[in-house]
Design a protein around this ligand. Structure first.
Ligand SMILES: *Cc1c(COP(=O)(O)O)cnc(C)c1O
Length: 395
């Protein structure tokens, strides 16, 4: 099907110019707006004159057309990450993908026991799932990061035990933007004979992923961190998971028996289009984000702040800052004071605590995350607001 909207770059600046009191969005790591081109494709899957059929209806053209679109999207997702198309399983998001990967592998272990290696930096969708598995009798080692926020291959090697059957680590950390060396870690996990799961929700479009060469067995994806819709994701399940991964949602045997439920054609088509755009724009987008991040760092130079995480191995869009003292920045900037998932609880972020920040430091840390529609003007304004907020220490 042809694209409805042109592939224009840079993307049109939103209406912000007109109204300077509008809130500036610096929270792309929490979620992204859906790209207009994605919306156009999704709408094509909804109404009477559209591809609304059930992809599982094999007896008529409505079903066939929907299935065709679903399979095209599967290919688009697979192409962004270098996977074989038939290894991509649709889920409702990275949370479900993580649940399916961890619980799905754990429940096939003989005697329902064994050891899993993960880290203190993981997303709650991994940590809370592992907690469940611990309650069922599995043992989990949560690796501590080094001072740059990295989980190293050496740390993983040191934690592997004879009964370790699974290692789960994120590719890009959602709070710090740090990137894990999954190539080296994958090699040693495979040598050990365990399976390797990687949560790549924050990574798609931002770092190159090639599952043809990476020794990764399971990888979780989400559409809404990459300009697709919320409520759709995917799990890559490689050949070594055959017979070692069991469905967690039953009813109809969709997705090769790994995840039942009527496929959400519009969501799936949206995710496919979003990932195709991410692939097409990869270089342009990374250059755009790197330039903005450099500009922001330059504008913040000399301020009483610490930058958390590695300065060298990071994605270009995320910046975690800890000011030396409490400050108030007002509400002109939409940013994250801690991971969106922890925001409800107002507890210091577990990621920053793992970096050994004091609770008070963790609580005043802010995460600025840039995205496709971020502009120089927005970055300059953000720096200005942070600068003036830090000039007036709160006693
Ligand atoms: C957002 C996120 C998730 C959860 O993804 P959903 O699609 O919102 O369920 C999991 N892991 C990481 C690292 C994330 O950033």
């Amino acid at each position: 099907m042809s694209r409805i909207l042109p592939w224009n770059w840079p993307a049109p600046v939103p209406a912000l110019e007109k109204n300077s009191s509008e809130v500036l969005y610096f929270d792309y790591a929490a979620t992204t707006p859906v790209d207009e081109r994605v919306i156009a494709r999704m709408v094509e899957c909804l109404g009477r004159g559209a591809t609304f059929g059930n992809p599982a209806s094999t007896s008529h053209a409505f079903g066939h057309r929907a299935k065709e679109q679903v399979e095209k999207a599967r290919q688009q997702v697979a192409e962004l990450v270098g996977a074989a198309t038939d290894r991509i399983v649709w889920t409702s998001g990275a949370t479900e993908s993580n649940n399916l990967a961890l619980k799905g592998v754990a429940c096939t272990q003989a005697g329902h026991a064994g050891h899993i290696v993960s880290s203190q930096l993981e997303h709650k969708a991994v940590l809370d799932t592992l907690k469940q598995l611990e309650e069922q009798g599995f043992q989990v080692t949560y690796l501590e990061p080094d001072k740059n926020g990295a989980i190293t291959a050496d740390a993983v090697l040191g934690a592997l035990r004879e009964d370790s059957f699974l290692v789960s680590l994120m590719l890009v950390n959602n709070e710090l933007g740090t990137v894990t060396d999954v190539a080296s870690i994958g090699r040693l996990v495979r040598e050990h004979g365990a399976l390797f799961h990687v949560d790549a929700a924050q990574a798609t479009g931002k770092v190159d992923i090639d599952l043809k060469t990476l020794e990764v067995d399971l990888m979780s994806f989400s559409a809404h961190k990459t300009y697709g819709p919320k409520g759709i994701g995917a799990l890559y399940a490689g050949p070594r998971t055959e017979g070692k991964l069991r469905a967690q949602i039953h009813g109809g045997g969709h997705e090769q028996g790994l995840r039942s439920g009527t496929l959400a054609t519009h969501q799936i088509v949206g995710m496919g289009e979003a990932f195709a755009i991410a692939r097409e724009l990869a270089e342009t987008e990374r250059a755009h984000l790197s330039a903005l991040r450099e500009r922001l760092l330059k504008a913040l130079a000399g301020l009483p702040i610490t930058i958390n995480g590695s300065r060298t191995t990071h994605v270009p869009n995320t910046l975690s800052l800890t000011p030396y003292y409490d400050f108030s920045i007002g509400n002109e900037l939409a940013l994250s004071s801690t991971s969106a998932c922890n925001s409800a609880s107002n507890e210091p972020s577990h990621v920053l605590m793992a970096l050994r920040l004091k609770p008070s430091e963790a609580l005043r840390t802010i995460r600025l995350s840039l995205g496709r529609y971020s502009t120089e003007r927005e970055v300059d304004r953000a720096a200005e607001l942070i600068r003036s907020a830090l000039m007036i220490p709160i006693p």
